[in-house]
Ligand binder design. Structure first.
Ligand code: ZN
Length: 273
């Protein structure tokens, strides 16, 4: 695993050095406090399901009711987009959207459908400091990633803008990428791709608006392009909704010399079948 600071605060040339040091100190203190309180909390409060709060025998999982509501994505799926297909027509089948509007990335795979208890899990990870969920969620992702991993050189988490990183204190995509890296042996490159500007939140925006929103939002610094030349990275994010963010990040990696880019997310929005 890379240095812890890379998970919590990927460096950006836009961050003044003094501010970086201060954020590192705050993040480190927060982790120490949580680590210290976590042990006490386990003694006082028994482990509970992160979705419905039902009591559990051990920490780090879901209760059986919530577990049964998680929809794991399985074949048959579109080889390009990873979206479920209603019937199995054999290997290499593409969905209509993949043919009509092919994405810049080569293949996308997601572990679960963004429904049932999954939105609550993502919310808990991102906004409620439930970083203890990352090992379970990363294991779900590694399970679905094996065909991408076989061809890949590295995992590249979607970066947060440093301003958003400062308020959230960690990058959930980097946390997930490190868990996948731990299970697959792939290195995690957290400083390869940078966010050039803070983009408005995507919630409620249509595909065209999201694409406009994200255009040119990522770049690879010139000094790091050599790390990418001819390589095949896997972009990692928490949720694939319209794909606009991953599309923009893919274009930045391809423009910087990547041979091909695959995409791995914890969840994806799946249209009702
Ligand atoms: Zn539950």
């Amino acid at each position: 695993m890379a240095a812890d600071s890379e998970i919590w605060l990927p460096l950006s040339p836009t961050i003044p050095r003094r501010r970086v040091v201060r954020f590192h100190a705050v993040a480190a203190t927060g982790r120490l406090v949580r680590a210290a309180c976590g042990g006490v909390a386990d003694l006082v409060l028994p482990p509970s399901c992160p979705v419905c709060r039902a009591r559990l025998g051990s920490a780090g999982g879901l209760c059986s009711d919530c577990w049964q509501k998680v929809l794991f994505l399985e074949r048959p799926w579109c080889e390009r987009l990873g979206t479920p297909l209603p019937i199995d027509l054999g290997p290499g089948i593409l969905s209509a959207p993949a043919v009509a509007s092919p994405p810049a990335f080569a293949r996308a795979r997601s572990a679960v459908s963004y429904e049932g208890p999954v939105p609550d899990l993502v919310h808990a990870l991102k906004y409620a400091d439930r970083t203890d969920l990352a090992p379970m969620l990363g294991a779900w992702m590694a399970r679905v990633a094996h065909e991408l991993v076989a061809d890949a050189d590295m995992l590249v988490p979607i970066p947060l803008h440093w301003g958003r990183l400062a308020s959230r204190r960690f990058n959930q995509a980097a946390l997930l990428a490190h868990q996948v890296g731990r299970l697959t042996g792939l290195p995690v490159a957290t400083r390869l791709l940078l966010r050039t500007r803070r983009t408005p939140r995507q919630v409620g925006l249509g595909l065209d608006e999201r694409e406009r929103n994200m255009r040119g939002a990522f770049m690879v610094p010139a000094a790091r392009k050599a790390m990418l030349a001819g390589r095949q990275p896997i972009l990692v994010d928490d949720v694939l909704t319209t794909g606009a963010t991953l599309e923009a990040a893919t274009r930045a990696l391809l423009a910087a010399g990547a041979a091909a880019v695959d995409v791995l997310t914890l969840a994806r929005v799946v249209a009702p079948r």
